[in-house]
Design a protein around this ligand. Structure first.
Ligand code: GLC
Length: 488
């Protein structure tokens, strides 16, 4: 009993703050990572007590919500406002999740972000996280914040709380999942909404605006982005925050994301027509024919099927898809996809669907189910991103046996190497953001696809590559331990 208590006391306490995590709420890869990394750490590193805190959106499925336990109420001070915060708790897979409830901020229809008061909503969330530590009786050694929505936590900790010894010892990590989203608002909000003024206000100023990500970088003890290559790219990409990134490069590093191998697994996936492993790889043909039927395409397992599962903003490389796809499908190739995004790209896919009904089917809208069915049927997966901090889809596609074609940027460069590389690769890659280079890779892959025996060997290589957290999570442990040690 006594020994157990001692060990418990020695655990490094981490409070992991995020605006989304699976299975509760998701708009993109952030939710995958924030749903799986804490779970993995909890299960594999007994010296860490990691807990997660999230906003309590009304869209969280009732199967979870109905089991949340209310542990207290609080009034959060936000500049001149006092806002109600209900604090709830739920344990899933042995990980404790806390939820911050406030209907005015988090009861919105079907959407997590994109509201006029986003700054206030997430300033409220971040401030509440700081204020309720005594209530949840968890003073962490480390607060691990993710993206701009939680970026004010390190700023509050290092400013408002710097004279409180229980807080001043807390170390902060800030994870950048995508620098495209910085939390930029009018500088007036710094005092009026965030409630930081005087000498500290300049921490949050950048380019005459409020820039939450800039403040988070400045105030955190470590800044981690989601792949080593992206960490390097951030230093040179003008127009983003490169001057700030360069100023603080001594504390910035890249750690590649892992994939939740229990969640993404073709052997057990609940959504796909038929489950399989490499040993039963022929099953993929059946999945392909089922999908062809469902999408109204010509049913023929030998027609190569290429596709995308992607949000559709510009930075996902949609311009390259648009520049090539018509020519590609005219070579007896089927093109399928699922996703949603900017109207101009959605319109393009509507046009393709209409013009080539037997060869093209892109389903517009976000659907886990269709996504998985596509991964389980595709021969070739396309990810020609303009920028890609890490990217998870290329890893999911690989796990499902769809051979990836990616542009060499960010995490795509760190996960996929070309089959033609010395030492062999696990996909097809091209470097410059050029439609010709992309097209060349597609035709190279289509040519290889014709040799069935060789193609099967490629599928094996692709499926065998380990993208799980087994490979990279220890890097987070190194940081946690380093920061916890600095406190002593
Ligand atoms: C963002 C990035 C993506 C990354 C994910 C998780 O969605 O765009 O590249 O994989 O975050 O870190």
């Amino acid at each position: 009993m006594e020994t157990k208590k001692l060990n418990e006391n020695k655990k490094i306490k981490v409070l992991f703050a995020t605006s989304e995590a699976l299975p509760f709420c998701a708009t993109g890869g952030l939710a995958d990572v924030c749903g799986s990394l804490p779970k993995y750490i909890d299960a594999n590193y007994s010296d860490v007590d990691i807990r997660v805190i999230l906003p309590m959106y009304s869209t969280i499925p009732n199967e979870y919500r109905s089991k949340f336990e209310k542990i207290g109420e609080w009034y959060t001070t936000l500049s001149w406002r006092k806002e109600y915060a209900g604090i709830f708790k739920y344990v899933l897979n042995n990980v404790t999740f806390y939820f911050v409830d406030n209907e005015r901020y988090f009861k919105r229809n079907n959407q997590q972000y994109g509201f006029d008061d986003d700054c206030e909503r997430f300033a409220f969330f971040s401030k509440t996280v700081c204020e309720i530590l005594p209530m949840i009786d968890f003073y962490p050694d480390i607060i691990h914040a993710n993206d701009w929505q939680t970026g004010l936590i390190p700023v509050y900790i290092k400013t408002n709380y710097s004279r409180d010894p229980k807080y001043s010892r807390i170390k902060c990590i800030f994870n950048i999942h995508n620098i495209q989203y910085q939390g930029r608002f009018s500088a007036d909000y710094i005092k009026d909404i965030i409630g930081i003024s005087g000498e500290h206000a300049k921490i949050l100023e950048y380019d005459k605006d409020l820039n939450i990500m800039k403040g988070a970088i400045e105030c955190s003890d470590k800044v981690i982005t989601v792949s080593p290559t992206y960490a390097k790219e951030l230093r040179t990409d003008n127009g983003y925050l490169s001057p700030i990134i360069n100023q603080y490069s001594y504390k910035i590093m890249g750690i590649l994301n892992g994939l939740d191998y229990s969640f993404y697994n073709p052997a057990t996936d609940p959504y796909i027509y038929k489950t399989y492993t490499f040993d039963t790889i022929e099953v993929r043909k059946e999945n392909k024919m089922q999908l062809q039927k469902e999408f109204g395409l010509k049913v023929d397992p030998d027609i190569p099927m290429i596709g995308i599962v992607s949000r559709m903003p510009k930075h996902k490389g949609m311009d390259l898809i648009r520049a090539c796809m018509e020519e590609v499908v005219n070579h007896n190739v089927q093109f399928v996809g699922v996703g949603e995004g900017e109207k101009e790209y959605e319109d393009y896919f509507k046009y393709l669907n209409y013009k080539y009904p037997d060869r093209v089917h892109v389903s517009l809208g976000f659907s886990q189910e269709i996504g998985r069915k596509i991964y389980s049927a595709l021969d070739i997966f396309l990810m020609p991103s303009l920028t890609e901090p890490c990217g998870l889809s290329q890893m999911i596609a690989s796990r499902f046996g769809a051979v990836p074609i990616v542009r060499e940027t960010g995490g795509l460069k760190d996960t996929i190497t070309d089959f033609g590389c010395a030492g062999g690769g696990n996909g097809y890659t091209f470097a410059s953001f050029s439609a010709n280079d992309f097209k060349y890779s597609i035709f190279r892959a289509l040519k290889d696809f014709e040799n069935k025996a060789e193609w099967k060997k490629k599928i094996k290589i692709v499926m065998d590559k380990d993208f799980s957290w087994d490979k990279t999570s220890h890097n987070y442990m190194i940081i946690y331990k380093e920061l916890a040690k600095e406190q002593q």
